[in-house]
Design a protein around this ligand. Sequence first.
Ligand SMILES: Cc1cc2nc3c(=O)[nH]c(=O)nc-3n(C[C@H](O)[C@H](O)[C@H](O)COP(=O)(O)OP(=O)(O)OC[C@H]3O[C@@H](n4cnc5c(N)ncnc54)[C@H](O)[C@@H]3O)c2cc1C
Length: 636
Amino acid sequence: MLDSRVPGGPLAEKWDRHKFDSKLVNPANRRKFTVIIVGTGLAGASAASSLGELGYHVKSFCIHDSPRRAHSIAAQGGINAAKNYQNDGDSVQRLFYDTIKGGDYRSREANVFRLAQVSVNIIDQCVAQGVPFAREYGGLLDNRSFGGAQVSRTFYARGQTGQQLLLGAYQSMMRQVERGSVTMFPNREMLDLVIVNGQARGIIVRNLITGALERHAAHAVLLCTGGYGTAYYLSTNAVNSNVTAAWRAHKRGAFFANPCYTQIHPTCIPVSGTHQSKLTLMSESLRNDGRVWVPKTQGDKRPPNQIPDSERDYYLERKYPSFGNLVPRDVASRSAKFVCDEGRGVGDSGLAVYLDFADAIKRLGRDVIRMRYGNLFDMYRKITDEDPYQVPMRIFPAIHYTMGGLWVDYNLMSNVPGLHVLGEANFSDHGANRLGASALMQGLADGYFVIPYTLAAYLGGTPLPAVDADMEPFTEAQASVQARIDKLLNVKGHETPRQLHRRLGQLLWDNVGMSRNDADLRKALDEIPRLRDEFWHNLSVPGEPNNVNKNLEYAGRVADYLEFAEVLTLDALHRTESCGGHFREESQTPDGEARRDDQRFSYVGAWEFKGVGTPPALHKEPLEFEYVHPSQRSYK
Ligand SMILES: Cc1cc2nc3c(=O)[nH]c(=O)nc-3n(C[C@H](O)[C@H](O)[C@H](O)COP(=O)(O)OP(=O)(O)OC[C@H]3O[C@@H](n4cnc5c(N)ncnc54)[C@H](O)[C@@H]3O)c2cc1C
C-alpha cells in the first residue's frame, strides 16, 4: 500500500526526469481547478503564491486573523542552501549527505537529494522578493554555521529569518489575492477532511468569529498546518500550533508516519515555573560563538564568573572535538541532560547549562556580537532579567520540532488520493532528527518548487468527477463536526482545557521525552486513555458555540492531542532502537550514543487509524540506501 513513487534513474537525475515525465495542465485549463490550501506558514503561503501565479483557483485557510501570524514567523536562525558562497567545500552532494546522516539514516534518499538540489533556487527566489538576508562586506549574502555541518551554508536575516521569509511569501500570496487567483479565508479552523469516492475533495471549517460551520469543495486539498510539538504543552512552538487538521485527516484514512520522532532543541530558556504556557528558543546560531559548559564538580553553586576556566567542563568540545558546540541538536540535548542528571546542572532548578559568550566578546568585540545576535540577547534579557553580555545564558532542552507527520510519497501526496501534505505537517525529509535551518528550506522547497509540478501531474492525470458541497459526504462530515462541538460543550465539568493539556504535556515529557524506556512508555500508554476519559467527564468549556470562543477551539485541539498522544507513544514503544531524536535507553553504545538497529528498523513506520482506543495498524515503507552507506553516526 505504501508506494513511495520514487522515480527510477540515477539519484541526481530523478527529479528532472520526473518533472519531464509528469503530466502538465494547460495554462488555459488551470483556472478550472480549485485547490484548497490549509495553512499560511512558509509551506502554505509559498504553495498558494506559486499555484496562484500558475493560474489555479486557490482557496487559502488559516486559523489566525492574518496569514502572517503563522508560526513560521517565529523562526530565528536561518535557512540552509548549498550555494557554496563561502568556498568552503559545500555542494548539493554535501548538503544531501549531511541531511541523511543528520537524520540518522531514517529518511528517503531521493527526497533529500531533491531538497538539496532546490535549496539553491529558494535563495534566489527570496532575494528576488526582497528578503533582506544579511550580507558580508563585499555585498554577497553572508552565511553562518548550524549544527551537524562543517561548512557555513545558513542564510539569515539577523535572528528574524522566518519573519522575513514569511513576509516574502505573504506578499507574493497577497499579489495573487489582488489578481483574483487566491481567495483568503482567515479565522477558519479546518475540522474535517471530506472524501468523495476515495478522493480528498473538500474540508469542513469553523468560522472562528461567528461559529458557523462552512463546507468547501475542491479538486485537491493541501495540508500545510505545521507540526504537533504542542502536544507536549510546553514547547518553543507558537501556542496556536496544533495537530488537529493532520489528526482529523488521519481519522479519515491518511497514515501518520514516525510520530515518535520529536526534536528536542538544546538551547531554550529553561522552565521557570507552572505559570508558563510556552518556552522561548535561543537560536542554534548562538552556538557559532557561544560555548556550552557546566562546572566540573557536582553541586557547584558559585556564580559563573567565580568558576575559573580550569574548573569548567566544556563538555561538547571535550566529547566531540570535530564539531564541538555545533553538534546536532539530538546529541547536544542528550549531553545537556546527562550532565544535569549527574548533578552538574546550573541555576536554581539544576536543569540548565551555560551558553557563554565571554570569549567571543573578547575576540570579536561587543558590537560584532550585538550585530549578529542583538535581538536574541534582548529577548533573553527581557525574559530572564539577566544581561547575556555580562553573564552566560542559562539554557535547557525543550520540545521544538516534529519530524513525524502525515505520510507522503515523493509527490507529497498522502495515501489518500488528492490529499497533499507540505512543510512540517508531513513526515518530512529529516528522518529521525532535523538539522538546524532545514525546516524553512523544506517548507519553501515543498511550496515553491515541488508541489507546482507534482500537483499538476495529479490534476492532469486523474479523473476528477464534479463534486459540490451539497453532496452526502459533506453533510456527513459537517454533522460529525457539529456532534463533537456539542459533546465538548455538554461535558460541563470543572477542569479547563489548559489544565488538562498541561497534565498531558507533563505526562509526555516525563515518559516520552528526551530519553525513553519500555517501562515509562507502557506507563504513558496506561495513563493517556485514563486522562482522555477524565477529559470527557470533567472538561469545562464556558461560553457559546456561535461566537468567538477560545476555550471551545482549545478544547477541540486538546481532545485531538489526547487521541494522538497514544499513537505517538505506541510508535516510540515499538521502535526499540535509538535513532536521532528517539533515544531508547535500552539501545545505546557503551559511551551513551544512540545505537540504531538497521536490520529491524530501517523503515518508515506509518500508522493507520482503527478507532479511538483501538490499536492502529502499522505499515512499513522500507528505506533503501543506494548512495550513502548507513554507519554509526559520529561527530567526534
Ligand atoms: C522558535 C522557533 C524557531 C525556529 N527557527 C528555525 C530556523 O531558524 N530555521 C529553520 O529552518 N526552522 C526553524 N524552526 C522550524 C520552522 O519554523 C517550522 O518548522 C516551519 O516554520 C513550519 O512551517 P509550516 O509552513 O510547515 O507551518 P506553520 O508555520 O506552523 O504554519 C501552520 C499554518 O497552518 C494553519 N493551521 C494550523 N492548523 C489549522 C487548522 N486546523 N485549520 C486552519 N489552519 C490551520 C496556521 O494558521 C498556520 O497558518 C523554528 C521553530 C521554532 C519553534
